[in-house]
Each structure stands twice: as structure tokens, then as C-alpha cells.
Design a binder for this molecule. Sequence first.
Ligand code: IMP
Length: 430
Amino acid sequence: MPAYAVLGAQWGDEGKGKIIDVLARDADIVARFSGGNNAGHTVVNDEGVFSFHLIPCGVFWPQTLNVIGNGVVLDPDVFLEEVDGLKEQGHDVSDRLLVSERAHIVMPYHVVLDELTEKARGSDAIGTTGKGIGPTYADKAARTGIRAADLLDVEALLPRLENIVNHTNKIITAVYDGTPVSMTDIFDKCRDWSERLGPFIAPVERIVYEYLEAGRNVLLEGAQGALLDLDHGTYPFVTSSNPTIGGACVGLGIHPNYISNIIGVFKAYSTRVGSGPFPTELTDETGERIRNLAQEFGVTTGRARRVGWFDAVAAKFSTQVNGYTSAVLTRLDVLDGFDSIMVCTAYELDGERTEEFPGGVAALERCKPILEEMKGWTSPTAGATDFSKLPKEAVAYVQRIQELIGCPIDVISTGPHRDEVIRVREVIGV
Ligand code: IMP
């Protein structure tokens, strides 16, 4: 069972990029399975600081094949720009990078629709990243999407594309009073993509299957997080895909029997970008302090992230949905120097204590966090690589979170660099 899923356990931005880079040392394939360039994954290693939106974070390990699965929505311009950017920095990864022929393409009109629908939502806006993700998944479900394989024969695609563009332009103009997109420009783009993206397009599901059958290690790289899941997240303030474990199977065409470890990545506190309920949110100086210390600003949009204490109610719900066998705790070092640190262990909802994470957004908005105070630590954890050398209060904090989420914390990240990590227990190839 050689597949290992690395999933965002909160609202995204848990530091998955760094963890994937660390764990990819032992991987043969690193595979993205959901989302698109709404994701922003950062890798810091001896070569520099890299931000990826689409390219899987395993590329710095030369033995890895990096693939984009059918569950991803791919903006070819962003993908090709990332590939070229890496090449300019001396990392030509083109021969180790593949895109599924079944992956859906983010078309220029999807980006237009994302902006127009957000504007039309007014005060109910979701705060999307504006990258066209929702409209692309909507077209996929409506069976009016364009897939990577379609770009391999653009002449055959033409009549269907004309229909789709005509229909979309009616929506853009009649519903949103927007400017129609140009069919000629879009078709020219498709021709260009056919040439430049074409060499990357491959039967990814079959290749991943062959690796799995051969017992080689496949790392499934999650994007976003469980609480942004289209079904299980804080709907409607969610993304349009399933970043949870089921999404990993569907988004790569693999069956659950292959998965031997489900690794949840939790940040030592909470953040969320965009609108939606956030029970432990800190809108005071403490929140500002964490945001500035941790530089909690979006990799994709530059937006300031909302910050709050660790929410064990939400975390347990995330564990319930994903069945983590292992957890990673990131950004422990950000909490260095705090006198006390709070953990939310339950909510008060309409005067009653509850440990349930409500399914309805209105109820979640009414939840007030019940906080447990823990003693902070004065000596730094930043850069630590040895669990036994952590301050005893930091150990107590890690152990309390472990107890609350109900699964072992096997890896702790203590800084942005690849080497700033405590490996309590190996999680890949075990
Ligand atoms: P969309 O995915 O661009 O449609 O955005 C929907 C919601 O998910 C918004 O609240 C975004 O801020 C949030 N979101 C999408 N991708 C990420 C991510 O990678 N990290 C954190 N939040 C995200």
C-alpha cells in the first residue's frame, strides 16, 4: 500500500508545501489531485524560496515524477509560466512533469465569471481567489468543461467550444452586464496551449497505477484544507473541490486500498482567508502579533489571513472526515515567546456546550469558543530538530493537541526551511 496522502487539516495554508518537499525525499511520484492555482505552496531549500500554484512540491528531489491529476483544474498559462520560471532559475523539470489528459482547463471566461459572480454576491461574497476555480468545476459538473485531452485536437474541439463560448457570453452579458469574451482570442490560446502544454499531457492515472502496482511510493499532495471542502467544509464559504481523502482517490483515479497513511497537516494555530465563520478568530492585538510574526499573507492573493487559536473542535471534525493515521504540526515556532496560548476544546452554542462541529453555517457563526489556557514557553523552538530538546511547555502543547485530535503528531515543523523539522516517526515507506 504505497500511497501516502498529505492533506490540509484546517482552512488551507497549513504549510503543506514545505512538508511535501520534506517528505518527497522518500517518494517516487508526487501528485496533485484537487484544486488549481488558487493554491499557493511555498518551498524553502538551499536553492532558494519557491512559490508553486500548480507544480507539485516534489520537483526538487530529482528521483520524483511530478503529476497533476484529473481532479485538478489547470490554467495552462500559469502552469507554463511556473515551468519556465523554474527553468530560468536553473531547474528544468519538464521531463519529470505530467498533466492528466482528464484534467479540466481553466479557460479565460472562467476567470471572468469568477469575478462577475463574486461581485454579484455583494455582501455574501465568498472571497474567492479570483482564479476561475469555481466556474471551471461548475462547467465540469455541467459537462461543458474543456479537458487537457481536448487541447490535443483543437480542430475537433472547435464546434463544441463555439457553443460553450456563445452560451457563456450570453450569461456574461445578459446576467452580469459584462463584456463578452472573444472566441477568436480563446481559440488562438487553445492552439498555443496545444503546442506548449501538449508535451506534458499524459495518461497520468495509468502511470500512477503502474507505480502503485510496482510498490513505489506515491505522495498525494493536498491543496486547500478539509474545512474548505465543497461537501464537508463551511459551505458556501468553501472551495469547489474535495481536498479531503475521497477527493484524493477520485482526483487521481486510485482506490483507497492503496493508501497506507493519511497525514493531516495542522498549523499550531488557525488561519482562514476569505469570508465565512471562524469561531476562534482573534481580531485583537494577539491576532495581529501572530499575523505579523508568521507573515500570514496569502501566497496567491497577498490578502492578510485571518488568525485565531487552534480549534480542536474543527480539528476533530477534520480527523473524522479524513481518518488521519498521522499528523504534522507546523509553525510551532510562531508561538515562541507567548506568555500563554489558548486552545479551543469546545463551543458554546445557544447557551449549551458542544464538541460537535455544526454542519450549518448559521449555527457555526453563533458558536463561541471555550478556551483552555496553556502556559507558553520562553526559550525558542525555532529551528529545532530534536523533540527531546523542546521546552517542556512546548512539549505539553504538542501533546495536548495530539490528545485532542486523536492521532500521533509524527512530524513538527519549526521554521520555513526544509531542515527545520523534527521527525518524531517516519511516515513514508513504513
Ligand atoms: P476559490 O477556491 O478561489 O473559489 O475560493 C474559495 C474559498 O477558498 C475562499 O475563501 C478562498 O480564500 C479559499 N481558498 C482557496 N484556495 C485556498 C488556499 O490555497 N488556501 C487558503 N484558502 C484558500
